[in-house]
Design a protein around this ligand. Structure first.
Ligand SMILES: [Zn+2]
Length: 333
């Protein structure tokens, strides 16, 4: 399989940077949007025209809105480190939605996003439980957020995942690239088992884009699925760049889904293009493709992800399922 290269050899992406959490931030759960934030967000422009353009897409399809299964909300100090990481790329990856949390939330709601996630993920031990506490509080404050949690291969994982499920977690995130862990790690066996038994979806970044990790690519997670065939998995970025192999996985496992995050966009065409000849297969698994965007850390307007999906020309029914219907069914909305 090939490894995707990023623009100008950059090895970063939203998810890579999202774990640039320094140890000194781990116990800081402040919102960071108050006075004294070292890098104030930009003042909010008028989002009216953009919101109207996004809403027109789903309104024209007769949908009640959008469900975005791949969005990132995280402790403010973590997010600001993410932005700093992107800024260091010298303009390669402009953050389109560099706003304070309230503004980001109002943007999504203005777009007509009825449900969204708050995906975060650890890059080392001792971090997941803290992220889960933050995400739980965030979901309590924002009922349109699907309560989100994460984990890492560590002895405590079983207990905090069980607690997260008891607290009503609707979706988990596992990041094999950033975490650089093996999904077959024995410390995760009970975790996958609990999540499978609960039927709770887990968004798994197991693809090798933007950069391969020691356990990315189709095989390690395929083996995990063989051990836990009941797992409801959502393959982030449709497994970019190994789209064929992850389509195979979705065809072989009826509970495996693919999210659209950044796939098919003009930006991703440069470094992880989706093969034209595989497009028809997206109809075969039409009931398991879920709209996702990577908001807010995306280098293009939100509308671009919608336009990219429409450009596939797979029909209005397909779009309705992807933008809303499939996620509504999966999350029981
Ligand atoms: Zn992401």
């Amino acid at each position: 399989m090939t490894r995707a290269s990023t623009p100008s050899g950059s090895t970063t992406a939203t998810d890579t940077a999202a774990t640039a959490t320094a140890t000194d931030t781990d116990t800081d759960t402040g919102s960071g949007t108050g006075p004294g934030s070292p890098h104030p967000a930009e003042p909010a422009p008028d989002h009216g025209p953009e919101s109207a353009a996004v809403r027109a897409v789903w309104q024209d399809l007769g949908l009640p809105g959008l469900i975005d299964v791949h969005t990132h909300f995280m402790p403010d100090n973590v997010l600001r480190k993410v932005w700093a990481h992107f800024d260091a790329l010298g303009g390669l990856w402009p953050i389109t939605y560099r706003f304070d949390e309230d503004e980001r939330l109002s943007l999504l709601r203005g777009f007509g996003v009825r449900r969204f996630t708050a995906l975060s993920y650890p890059h080392r031990p001792g971090m997941a439980a803290w992220l889960n506490d933050w995400a739980g509080d965030f979901a309590d404050r924002n009922p349109d957020c699907l309560r989100s949690a994460t984990f890492y291969p560590e002895p405590e994982a079983r207990d905090y995942v069980a607690s997260a499920l008891e607290a009503g977690t609707r979706v988990f995130k596992a990041h094999l690239q950033v975490g650089r862990y093996d999904p077959r790690d024995p410390l995760l066996a009970d975790v996958w088992g609990l999540i499978a038994d609960a039927g709770t979806p887990v968004v798994v970044h197991c693809g090798s884009s933007p950069e391969a990790g020691p356990f990315t690519g189709p095989e390690p997670f395929a083996e995990t699925l063989r051990a836990h065939p009941g797992l409801t998995a959502v393959i982030a970025h449709a497994g970019a760049p190994d789209y064929r192999a992850f389509l195979d996985l979705a065809e072989d496992h009826e509970r495996v889904h693919l999210d659209t995050t950044m796939v098919f966009t003009e930006f991703s065409k440069d470094w992880a293009p989706f093969p034209d000849q595989e497009v028809p297969r997206l109809k075969g698994v039409a009931d398991r493709i879920l709209f996702g965007t990577d908001f807010p850390n995306i280098p293009h307007p939100y509308l671009e992800q919608l336009r990219a999906l429409a450009r596939l020309d797979l029909g209005d029914d397909w779009l309705r399922d992807v933008l809303y219907g499939n996620a509504a069914r999966l999350f029981g909305l």
